[in-house]
Design a protein around this ligand. Structure first.
Ligand code: PMV
Length: 325
């Protein structure tokens, strides 16, 4: 068993210019580039090993809970690539643990699939490059490709039908702009609608073409804000991109609203703080709010959050997925 064993760790990531919508559902191919940062301390650690299959098939356990085989389709896409490259019919056993709750909009699927792609490929003896790993993780969930590189990351949407040019790469290391990150856990309920389902519904909205036109430009704007460390530009890019996504979601049939009352309350505080401080925020497909701030704004932001009586994690920009052992 130990011959084919490996452990890897990956951080969650949060997009400042978001991936939303799939040009290919099976391969998780996006319509446009997205940009994110890795979140230090929000991690998944996964141990994988390969063994002869006695007919039981692949096995996945997350935080001590066994995932039914019928819900392992996305993980199997990753494992099938490795099996076919190795010419194997072995099964993979994966045990994964998150140090944060999953399905609460904290993007555990991204760190989960990135850690699983690294652990399962290394355990098989394959030494993929970062680009290859990013493509492999993307098969699990799109945003997982951005949890492979570290720091500030851009996912190139690519154009090819097979996804060979759709992968993520770091555009700046974490030291380039070491901002504070606050992950505010407004709700620990699972998200109301999965992102895959929500994207499909959004692509049917009458507002999709307008959204698409603007979202296609968002990654360039966010990237140049990051490269230049221009906080005002980052805020403008981040806020308009997040609000446009949530506005679009509300125009779906049936309509999707990820905001909880406390998300709105916090956003109103933050919008006031933004007038005089370097602070900006975003929301993914869930009620939680993720905030970026500089050193000066940090204590003020903490007050905004504490006043709401919600849980939060204060952290920094994180690194890349790593092979542990
Ligand atoms: O990778 P998925 O299928 O979980 O989709 C992620 C979608 C968002 O988190 C809302 C946006 C993003 O770019 O991370």
């Amino acid at each position: 068993m130990s011959e084919y064993l490996a452990t890897a760790r990956a951080c969650a990531n949060v997009a400042v210019a978001k991936y939303w919508g799939k040009r290919d559902t099976a391969l998780n191919l996006p319509f446009f580039d997205s940009v994110s940062f890795s979140v230090s301390g929000l991690e998944t650690e996964t141990t994988a090993y390969w063994e002869d299959d006695d007919g039981a098939g692949d096995f996945l356990e997350i935080d001590g809970r066994v995932i039914p085989s019928s819900m392992m389709g996305r993980m199997r896409r990753i494992l099938d690539v490795i099996r076919s490259e190795k010419g194997w019919s072995k099964r993979c056993v994966l045990k994964s643990s998150n140090n944060f709750p999953h399905s609460t909009g904290l993007a555990s699927s991204a760190s989960g699939f990135a850690a699983a792609a690294l652990a399962s490929s290394r355990a098989s003896g394959l030494m993929y490059t970062e680009r290859e790993l990013s493509r492999l993780a993307r098969l699990g969930s799109g945003s997982a490709c951005r949890s492979v590189p570290g720091g500030w990351v851009r996912w190139y949407a690519g154009e090819s039908l097979d996804g060979s040019d759709s992968y993520a790469q770091s555009i700046a290391p974490l030291e380039h702009w070491p901002l504070h990150v606050f992950v505010v856990q407004i709700s620990d309920e699972p998200k109301v609608v999965s992102s895959t389902e929500a994207m499909a519904r959004c692509q049917e909205s009458a507002y999709w073409p307008i959204y698409l036109e603007r979202a296609r430009k968002a990654a360039d704007i966010a990237s140049s804000a990051i490269i230049r460390r221009d906080f005002s530009l980052l805020r403008e890019a981040m806020h308009s991109n997040a609000f446009e996504l949530h506005a679009l979601a509300m125009t779906c049939q049936p309509s999707i609203c990820y905001f909880a009352p406390k998300s709105i309350e916090l956003i109103q505080h933050l919008l006031r703080s933004c007038r005089s401080l370097n602070v900006c925020f975003t929301m993914d497909a869930g009620a939680n709010v993720v905030i970026l701030s500089d050193d000066i704004a940090c204590p003020f932001i903490k007050n905004d959050i504490i006043g709401l009586g919600v849980r939060y994690i204060q952290t920094r920009i994180g690194g890349s997925a790593v092979f542990v052992a």
